[in-house]
Unconditional design. Structure first.
Ligand code: NAP
Ligand code: MG
Length: 487
């Protein structure tokens, strides 16, 4: 199932995990080719090996998918929540059962270390489906519309309709889960467009939904490039747009749907400060800084990409940090000892290079540990910039790579001022042994998530989302339901 095309000779990755040479679009419960036969190739960024060809959905295909979702909406939304929950629980369990395979597939298509896909991404994907399965029959008790009307009466809030969802490549299956699980739990139907460079786990997920017996048309996956996403968002019969990606595209989407009845949530970029006070436990702070910026090679919207360290401990911290970075293993994503994998695409690698060169040109000091990078594939070494000022591009623009900028501060007020001096507002970190100082700082940081003495910790029960140019709307937890209900 899943492959309407003939087989080609199997390349290397197909010996490790089941990958069809070509995939169709998943519409109305079946895989079909794109109307105009368009295809794109997805590659393994660690080797540049072509993994598979994937159909490119055009306007006609998006239209077919939206029609299928519309048709399915009637019966799906009429199902009692407890019945919808059964499907979601089944999907969650199947994700666990296929966990190893999904982790390998994700690492091969994305370039992330297997330790991350196996121990973080895929378990979180299952956890999201379990979490929202649990909500499906309790929507009336989510406290969403009571708080608006000040009364607890009337029927449960209604689903919005057909959700058009567009996701990025950095956490392909997890971003799908963040969007699909709450949408379906609330009774919506979905057309989802994965990122061009990482379509494979979404297509495998479609097969899992078939295995779970999910009714045809409830979930549709239309692969393709930016144009496919644009067509989905522009489709007049989409009721709700959910987008995760860059701020530039987010702005374009906000413009495109302005004045329409469509509801929208945007999860965009970030430039998180990671603040280390002089009373912090230096060893744990170093671990948290490394986790903050080198997890998924820094290709993380909430990455702790700006280290702000109190001047009195800056030298000690930096010495310890560089020692630690020298021990990081960069290389084969499928090796379980790898700490930093490949950069997802040639395009992303050139963006990282451009910003790093700008950093040097503007006078910041660049450091990376000595060591060879693999000859093939897309790689960038862990990198630290010192001598950074607020005016530097590397301190302002999202790099989305394994690149840390370091600035110092003297007082807590200065730390907060520097941390908030950004167009973004997605996340931040605070390292201190004093609870009062952590709270004082967190209350003043304009960021959707503030981690204290930890970083990049996720939980499906906890809402996630940004302020300012990091977008609006929340995903996760009870708050994440609001995006998919007519409250
Ligand atoms: P992107 O270029 O904005 O792409 C995101 C998705 O939108 C992809 O599926 C892309 O398709 C599609 N797309 C591109 N142009 C479009 C258009 N005009 N209309 C509709 N869809 C369009 O972002 P990216 O480079 O893939 O991802 C990195 C960005 O995502 C970073 O800025 C990061 O901070 C942000 N991000 C945010 C969160 C969050 O929760 N806040 C989470 C993860 C990532 P193609 O793949 O074919 O280009
Ligand atoms: Mg790929």
């Amino acid at each position: 199932m899943g492959n309407p095309f003939e087989y080609a000779p199997a390349p290397e990755s197909r010996a490790i995990v089941d990958i069809a040479p070509a995939y169709g679009l998943f519409i109305d419960g079946k895989f079909t080719d794109a109307a105009d036969g368009g295809r794109l190739k997805t590659v393994n960024p660690a080797t540049e090996e072509v993994l598979a060809e994937v159909a490119v959905g055009g306007e006609a295909d998006v239209d077919r998918a939206v029609k299928a979702a519309r048709k399915a909406f009637k019966s799906w939304s009429a199902l009692p929540g407890a019945e919808r929950a059964k499907y979601l629980f089944r999907i969650a369990r199947l994700i666990q059962e296929h966990g190893r395979e999904l982790a390998v597939l994700e690492s091969i298509d994305n370039g992330k270390p297997i330790r991350e896909s196996r121990d973080v991404d895929i378990p979180l994907v299952a956890a999201h489906f379990f979490h929202y399965a649990g909500w499906a029959d309790k929507l009336a008790y989510a406290g969403l519309w009571q708080s608006r009307t000040k009364e607890h009466s009337g029927p449960a809030p209604k689903p919005i309709g057909v959700a058009g969802q567009v996701i990025p490549w950095n956490f392909p299956l997890l971003m799908l889960a963040w969007k699909v699980a709450p949408a379906l739990a609330c009774g919506n139907t979905v057309v989802l467009k994965p990122a061009e460079t990482t379509p494979l786990t979404a297509l495998r997920f479609a097969e899992i939904c078939v295995e779970a017996g999910l009714p045809d048309g409830v979930l549709n996956i239309v692969t393709g490039a930016g144009e496919t996403g644009r067509a989905l968002i522009a489709h007049p019969d989409v009721d709700k747009v959910a987008f995760t990606g860059s701020t530039a595209v987010g702005k374009e989407i906000a413009r495109a749907i302005a004045g329409t009845r469509k509801r929208v949530t945007l999860e965009l970029g970030g430039k998180a400060a990671n603040i280390v006070y002089d009373d912090a436990a230096i060893d744990s702070a170093v671990d948290g800084i490394v986790e903050g910026i080198f997890f998924n090679g820094g290709q993380v919207c909430c990455a702790g990409s700006r280290l702000l360290v109190q001047e009195s401990v800056a030298d000690e911290l930096l010495a310890s940090l560089t020692r630690r970075i020298k021990t990081l293993r960069v290389g084969d994503p499928l090796d379980k000892n790898t700490d930093v994998g490949a950069i997802n695409s040639a395009a992303q690698l050139s963006r990282i290079r451009e910003l790093v060169e700008a950093g040097e040109a503007e006078g910041a000091e660049r450091w990376s540990p000595a060591g060879e990078l693999p000859g093939k594939g897309f790689w960038f070494p862990p990198t630290v910039f010192t001598g950074v000022t607020q005016a530097h591009r590397i301190a302002r623009d999202e790099i989305f790579g394994p690149v840390l900028t370091v600035q110092t501060f003297r007082t807590p007020a200065e730390a907060v001022e520097k941390a908030n001096n950004t167009a973004y507002g997605l996340s931040a970190g605070v390292w201190t042994e004093k609870g009062a100082k952590a709270l004082w700082t967190a209350q003043r940081l304009r960021a959707g998530v503030v981690w204290t003495n930890t970083f990049n910790k996720f939980d499906p029960a906890s809402p996630f989302g940004g302020f300012k140019e990091s977008g609006f709307g929340r995903e996760g937890g009870r708050h994440g339901l609001e995006a998919y209900l007519d409250v």
